[in-house]
Design a protein around this ligand. Structure first.
Ligand code: MEV
Length: 319
């Protein structure tokens, strides 16, 4: 059996702006998704997911009905079979520590793990770029115009500046750095939020351009602040960042409340992370305040998660 795992992510700055070619500061976190793959003699792709149950597909998977279900995973597996030139069945088990629809990159981490484990099962020896292409195909079935940031950070780990179509730039960060996340418990659809921003880009061109310019500047400042361990500056920039995301129309009362609760309990800064709408916020604070920030998030109706930044991207092993 061939196994792979890949991390989820937190976008520290530049979500949505990245769809328009701007830089995005993103960190891999120590919540991971795992895929294990067996080659079978049955002419089908069988997928067993801890969250979505079991579904089977033929070797050239097609979507059945209106629900995506596990189709994006089957599509990735189907592409690997095509690449390998093989007509063999696959049994794929997937599980994830990342809450579904939380804005923490659960789908990309699952798809990267699946692409990697399937290609190892056929000894395809693909490089990271090729795995990214395969997982990206699955992401395109789920989201509208994905920038590729989630897939790239799941593959490479660590903290990076990601720009569409450019090579990643690694960013240093304080050793053992932790983040406090507040999941609203409301899952959201990334594609819908990306479309909402695209509508604003059409209807309020000037406001949109101003937001993009400011977000780009903030992303670069945050990357410098992180590299020099200036968490106060990082936090200040996160708050401004959140306000710009409010102007882009992707925050919500629930997310604002969670950001406010983190700030009021001594966090250096907090902002929504990922597509917004529902999903999560991320807060930065000193380690002595982590528990009280998490507690305040809980009292405000959120689900707190204290996570570390993960240096590791995709991991592979055989059982
Ligand atoms: C989703 O994690 C981040 C967005 O910028 C969409 C994307 O980059 O594909 C909202």
């Amino acid at each position: 059996m061939y196994c792979s795992s890949a991390p989820g992510k937190v976008i520290l700055s530049g979500e949505h702006a990245v769809v328009y070619g701007n830089p995005c500061l993103v960190a891999a976190i120590d919540l991971r998704s795992e895929a294990s793959v067996e080659v079978t003699n049955e002419e089908m792709i069988e997928i067993i997911s801890d969250k979505l149950g079991r579904q089977t597909f033929n070797l050239e998977p097609e979507i059945s009905g209106s629900e995506l279900g596990l189709f994006p995973i089957a599509a990735v597996a189907g592409s690997v079979l095509k690449k390998a030139g093989r007509r063999r069945g696959l049994r794929i088990r997937v599980s994830s520590q990342i809450p579904f629809g939380s804005g923490l990159g659960s789908s990309a981490s699952v798809l990267v793990a699946v692409a990697s484990a399937c290609s190892n099962a056929f000894e395809l020896d693909l490089n990271l770029e090729e795995i990214a292409m395969l997982a990206g195909e699955g992401e395109r079935k789920i989201h509208f115009k994905p920038s590729g940031v989630d897939v790239n950070v799941a593959l490479n780990g660590g903290v990076m500046i990601f720009r569409r179509g450019r090579s990643i730039e690694r960013v240093n960060y304080p050793d053992g750095m932790r983040l406090v996340i507040g999941f609203s418990g409301l899952s959201r659809k990334t594609g819908e939020m990306v479309k909402k921003v695209a509508e604003l880009a059409e209807s309020s061109k000037d406001r949109f351009e101003i937001c993009l310019m400011a977000l780009k500047d903030i992303t670069m400042r945050m990357s410098k602040a992180l590299a020099s361990s200036d968490l106060l500056e990082l936090g200040r920039m996160m708050l401004l960042n959140h306000m710009l995301l409010c102007l882009l129309g992707v925050s919500s009362e629930t997310l604002d409340k969670l950001v406010n609760s983190a700030i009021s309990s001594n966090a250096f800064g907090a902002k929504l992370t990922g597509a917004g709408g529902g999903g999560s916020i991320v807060a930065i604070c000193s380690s002595k305040d982590e528990d009280s920030v998490a507690q305040k998030i809980k009292e405000s109706g959120g689900i707190p998660l204290i996570v570390s930044i993960s240096r590791d991207g995709v991991r592979n092993w055989k059982m």
